[in-house]
Design a protein around this ligand. Structure first.
Ligand SMILES: [Zn+2]
Length: 416
């Protein structure tokens, strides 16, 4: 009985999965948005069948489900592990030609296309000397986001089944579709998942435990003016174009914008403006780690809208604010053990780790809001969505070891 992770098989899996083009397609409403996701999902279902997982199947939406049966008598909570099948449409993804660098010696990496992954732009390379890296040929992305997560979960499943002495409860496996175009949680049936907690394997590098995301609202400000032929407009025209422009001009510029904030600072971001003299609309997103601050941002927008209205007699202004998602931390507070076990597992393995915050949302923030606490874990991805993307096999291996220990802790706790 060996607790050694099968690195060669992990690498082989990863290379097979990146070989299937699963780029999401934002220009269709089909689900999933691309045929490649069906193809990869079908391959994974077959592999799950072969390795002896329980009830592997691809559902009518293309999501892949399976379970690894409990070895601890089944009285501990079911834990779900989630990764997404699709890759980003933001870089070419057809005919990926992965390059395996064993025992990376350090320094810049010259790719076959002539592109270079430079150490000064990717300083984490300094920590990866001696590791096995997988790059592209420099003409496509790699798709480690999130096929690294997929390979980690698949190899973990086989490792657990081959090592029945490892203690764990039921492990639910779920591969989702169209995460990259914001539809990753659309088709997840939480009662079917039936898990006490979940972890997404979709983070960069190693040892990151993403426990906070932004809270997010969106606002639409509509300016209704009055259009009339310019020849006879004197004293009658109310120009919504000018009103919208004035409103944007009044918005904070030296602070509270994406361009001027970092870390824990929130922002008001005007990202779309369209319209004409009769009607113009400005779309904004509001982001803060502090959900209460979103209300202050909304008040700020309403006040500015009123100012604009005062300057344009006859103008009507309407402000609509809608909720998008909430800080992951709010939901995780209800179930602190979900993060504590992940931390404890790192500590037990004597690994360094960081609790990190994401200036954005994750599938986990949506799932957590719906009642399934779901932090995000590292999966060895680097330089994602770019032709300089690479993945680190050693970090993927680390992630599997971490999951083995994490699942053991969940099982142990149920006993005490
Ligand atoms: Zn991802």
């Amino acid at each position: 009985m060996s607790n050694q992770i099968n690195r060669d098989r992990l690498l082989e899996r990863f290379l097979a999965y990146v070989g299937v083009d699963t780029a999401a397609n934002p220009d269709t409403t089909r689900y999933p948005s691309s045929a490649g996701q069906w193809e990869l999902g079908n391959l994974l279902t077959q592999q799950l069948e072969d390795l002896g997982a329980d009830y592997p199947h691809q559902d009518e939406h293309g999501l892949v489900w399976a379970s690894v049966p409990a070895t601890d008598g089944g009285n501990s909570p079911t834990i779900a592990l989630i990764a997404h099948l699709d890759t980003s449409p933001e870089a070419p993804s057809a005919n990926i030609s992965p390059q395996v660098i064993k025992n990376y010696e350090g320094g810049d990496i010259l790719l076959p296309s002539g592109q270079v992954i430079r150490v000064d732009q990717t300083p984490e390379l300094n920590d990866l000397i001696g590791s096995t890296l997988i790059t592209t040929d420099g003409t496509t992305l790699l798709g480690g986001d999130d096929k690294a997560g997929v390979a980690i979960i698949m190899e973990l499943a086989q490792h657990l089944i081959e090592n029945p002495h490892l203690e764990h409860g039921t492990v639910r496996i779920l591969f989702t579709c169209d995460e990259e175009i914001g539809r990753g949680t659309d088709k997840i049936n939480l009662s079917k998942l039936d898990a006490a907690a979940a972890y997404t394997l979709d983070g960069g590098g190693a040892g990151d435990l993403d426990v906070e995301t932004f809270s997010a609202d969106a606002a639409t400000v509509t300016f209704r003016g009055h259009n009339i032929h310019p020849a006879i407009a004197k004293g009658r025209m109310v120009n919504a174009v000018r009103a919208a422009a004035y409103f944007v001009d009044l918005l904070p510029r030296d602070q509270q914008t994406p361009e001027t904030t970092s870390g824990r600072e929130g922002f008001i971001h005007a990202h779309n403006i369209h319209g004409g003299v009769g009607n113009a609309t400005v779309e904004l997103i509001l982001r803060s780690f502090d959900t209460a601050e979103l209300d202050l941002f909304a008040d700020q927008i309403r006040t500015l809208a009123e100012t604009v209205q005062e300057h344009f007699p006859g103008l009507q202004v309407d402000v609509q604010v809608r909720s998008q998602y909430r800080n992951l931390a709010e939901g995780l507070q209800q179930s602190p053990e979900v993060v504590q076990f992940a931390e404890q597992a790192y500590q037990n393995l004597q690994r360094t780790y960081r609790k990190t915050i994401i200036r954005g949302g994750t599938d986990g923030s949506q799932l957590t809001e719906k009642g399934l606490p779901t932090p995000n874990l590292s999966s060895g991805q680097h330089n994602i969505h770019a032709v300089h993307e690479f993945a680190c096999l050693d970090q993927m291996e680390d992630a599997i070891e971490h999951l083995v220990e994490l699942l053991r802790l969940w099982s142990q706790q149920a006993k005490s």
